[in-house]
Design a protein around this ligand. Structure first.
Ligand code: NAD
Length: 477
């Protein structure tokens, strides 16, 4: 059994959960600790005790630790990428790419540790100086989803450490393998006892207890809308700092003047890579009349040629759905779309490969309206739908007509439309002639409306969540 990391020690639990490869359900990767409430209590206490010394650690100490972790991740990116592909079902190049990104994130935040920001200002009163500085918030609970098993933990853990906080990390049930490997790297890199703790297990046990614990000063969460809503309500009751990144129903607008190859490449990548299991996936393809039929035909041809198989097989472009429950959810949405009058242009069915896995064809609906369930709710699978519109104005209206606001894209060769879209898209991130998914690691990430809540993640903006501002007045005489 792969154990938890609590107060610098590896600690086993009575119960364990199997980690199953979604490309081959006969392949059990390993068994991982299933934590109890006592494990959470011990981890929080360890982090709480370590908070004051880590909060006072020097920027050099933090830089050295984060830089070492980043170096180790980058040195082992192939092995970590392989584990990621095996437990989550991303293709091997996607898995290696994600591990590389995690390494870069640690390197970026190593640099951030050396740049503690502060301001010195003149007071409005004579003889007084004012200093504005930032301090760590204390112990943070980090709760992550399964779809980016190493990058999302990295983009929460690295800033938490860089800005002087201690951590209790609770990864998603489906992907303890990457979480454990990352914890091992952090431990081997010499993180002081109690500064970083890993407690694996159920959201309803471990996650809930972390959110409710009085010694946890803040919760950084990425996951589904419903869990996010529960967490924000609980955090408000405990006056805890909270940051949520949740779902999306991201539009990709394709205008008549778009380059067709660019538009198809953006749509295939944005909607189907990583099996469509990305919060930034382009699930609504909003296409203007003049290019609609050519676009749909080119999409169907591309999807027919897409190689779907075991995530780690060379040349595979799309791996399986992550597990049986997610596959059932995807199929439910597909059936509902058909019932509501959407026309299946491609896919819609599961299929078999050499190994027993959760394989679903890339699925494209046409003749859909923005009011259909398939265009209102997040599927979180390899399913996209085309919405035909008259012109740019209607496209922009439809793009913004959603409860979500994470990423919004447009394919056009018109500078005027690209510029107008950038200014009027109601989303936290805008992409021009690019897929809605795929972002840099050194700039802020996050959305508007139901997609996000609280301060932005990543880049130097991460300090908004992981620090608290102190204003000091000094009477110099
Ligand atoms: P989920 O909400 O089921 O689980 C996320 C995490 O919360 C898991 O670790 C889970 O164990 C934990 N959890 C569950 N119940 C809890 C509770 N009551 N209290 C505390 N923690 C609890 O989400 P998921 O299925 O793992 O992930 C898929 C979702 O994540 C999708 O909706 C996707 O859009 C979203 N997501 C968003 C982003 C983003 O940055 N916006 C990125 C990736 C994924």
């Amino acid at each position: 059994m792969k154990p938890n990391l609590i107060a610098g020690e590896w600690r086993t639990t009575q119960d364990a959960q199997a980690n199953i490869n979604p490309s081959d359900t006969n392949d059990i990767i390993d068994h991982y600790a299933l934590s109890t409430l006592q494990d959470v209590e011990d981890a929080v206490q360890a982090a709480h005790v370590a908070a004051s010394s880590w909060g006072k650690s020097t920027p050099q100490q933090r830089f050295d630790l984060l830089d070492k972790i980043g170096t180790e991740i980058l040195a082992r990116k192939d092995e970590l990428g392989n584990l990621l592909a095996r437990e989550e079902g991303k293709t091997l190049p996607e898995g290696i790419g994600e591990a590389t990104r995690a390494g870069h994130i640690f390197k970026f935040f190593a640099g951030e540790a050396l740049r503690p920001s502060g301001e010195k200002m003149a007071s409005v009163r004579p003889g007084i100086e004012v200093e504005i500085t930032r301090e760590p918030i204390g112990t943070v609970g980090i709760i992550t989803p399964w779809n980016f098993p190493i990058a999302i933990p990295a983009w929460k853990i690295a800033p938490a450490l860089a800005y002087g906080n201690t951590i209790v990390f609770k990864p998603a049930e489906l992907v303890p393998g990457c979480a454990w490997a990352l914890a091992d790297i952090i431990h081997q890199s010499g993180v002081p006892k109690g500064v970083f703790n890993l407690v694996m297990g159920k959201g309803t046990v471990v996650g809930k207890a972390l959110v409710a614990h009085p010694d946890v000063a803040g919760i950084s969460f990425t996951g589904s809308i419903q869990t996010g809503k529960d967490i924000v309500t609980a955090c408000a009751a405990f006056q805890k700092k909270v940051q949520l990144e949740m779902g999306g129903k991201n539009p990709l607008v394709i205008l008549d003047d778009a380059d067709l190859d660019t538009a198809v490449a953006c749509a295939v990548n944005g909607a189907f890579f990583s099996t469509g299991q990305r919060c930034t996936a382009s699930s609504r393809l909003i296409v203007s009349e003049g290019i609609h039929d050519r676009f749909v035909e080119a999409m169907v041809n591309k999807l027919a040629a897409l190689k779907v198989d075991d995530a780690r097989m060379p040349g595979v472009e799309m791996g399986p759905v992550v597990d049986e429950a997610q596959l059932a959810k995807d199929l439910h949405y597909i059936q509902q779309a058909v019932r509501e009058g959407a026309r299946l242009a491609f896919g819609g069915q599961t299929f078999e490969r050499k190994t027993p896995g959760f394989f679903l064809a890339p699925t494209l609906f046409v003749e859909t309206t923005n009011e259909m369930t398939i265009n209102r709710e997040e599927v979180f699978g390899p399913v996209a739908s085309v919405i035909r519109v008259k012109d740019y104005e209607e496209a922009l209206f439809v793009a913004n007509d959603t409860p979500f606001g994470l990423s919004s894209g447009i394919c056009t060769t018109s500078l005027k439309h690209a510029h107008h879209f950038k200014n009027h898209a109601k989303a936290g991130m805008v992409m021009v002639n690019l897929p809605t998914a795929g972002v840099d690691y050194h700039v802020p990430f996050g959305g508007t409306k139901a997609s996000s809540y609280g301060a932005r993640e990543q880049g130097s903006h991460a300090k908004e969540f992981y620090t608290i501002v102190k204003t000091t007045y000094i009477f110099a005489g």
